[in-house]
Ligand binder design. Structure first.
Ligand SMILES: [Fe+2]
Length: 217
């Protein structure tokens, strides 16, 4: 039989009373993150581009956040963005390979790329990305300490569909959320069905980054 989920067996009992329980994992939530090589060099022109864009179009795009600025236009065609997307596309293809997606002959395409500036006190409320998107991502250009983590939520637990007991410790199987701390040059990739939000920026500086969606087509 093809496509069986990975199995794992646990011996849960004593020698007198052996009991082996089979566990089959399927559809886990995964979030991938990595530091883009050479990010310092890539970030300087990116930051200039975004500051120019905000000066030219100071009104934010309509988005579900407070006191943040988001570019009105998708910036995926701008050269500094295309440069940073190169390693991100490579990572996205590695993820596709890990997930055994059949993407042979398909190109990695950035469907949309917004620039975001979150000043002190701003946040981005929880949201999902469209179901038609294969992978979503964020990339951080400026990320001072305490500028707000991105938090991912397990949707069934978030919706209260499983009222499990308190846990002794957090593990990959019982956690209901995952926080990732922004750092300059860090890229985070995730499936867009994962509900996510960005905490309030409690630093003195702006958090600046890109948010984008990638498809293989
Ligand atoms: Fe998002």
């Amino acid at each position: 039989m093809k496509n069986l989920p990975r199995e794992s067996a646990h011996r849960l009992s004593t020698a007198e009373n052996p009991l082996v329980v089979r566990r089959q994992d399927f559809a886990p939530n995964s979030v991938w993150s990595f530091r883009v090589p050479g990010y310092e060099t890539l970030n300087r022109p990116l930051l200039r581009l975004i500051e120019r864009e905000r000066a030219a179009v100071p009104d934010t795009r309509e988005c579900e956040g407070r006191e943040m600025w988001q570019s009105q236009r998708s910036m995926d065609r701008d050269r500094p963005v295309r440069k940073v997307l190169e390693p991100i596309f490579r990572a996205a293809r590695n993820i596709a390979e890990f997930l055994r997606w059949d993407i042979a002959g398909r190109a990695s395409v950035c469907k949309v790329c917004w620039a975001n500036i979150h000043p002190t006190g701003s946040y981005h409320t929880r949201h999902l990305h469209p179901a038609s998107i294969h992978l979503s991502g964020v990339y951080y250009i400026k990320a001072p300490d305490n500028c707000g983590d991105i938090i991912f939520h397990d949707l069934p637990r978030f919706l209260g569909l499983w009222d499990a007991p308190e846990t002794l410790e957090s593990t990959g199987h019982n956690a209901f959320s995952l926080s990732v701390k922004p750092e300059p040059g860090l890229c985070v990739l995730f499936p867009g069905y994962l509900m996510h939000e960005v905490e309030t920026n409690r630093s003195d500086g702006d958090r600046v980054g890109l948010a984008f969606n990638i498809n293989f087509e």
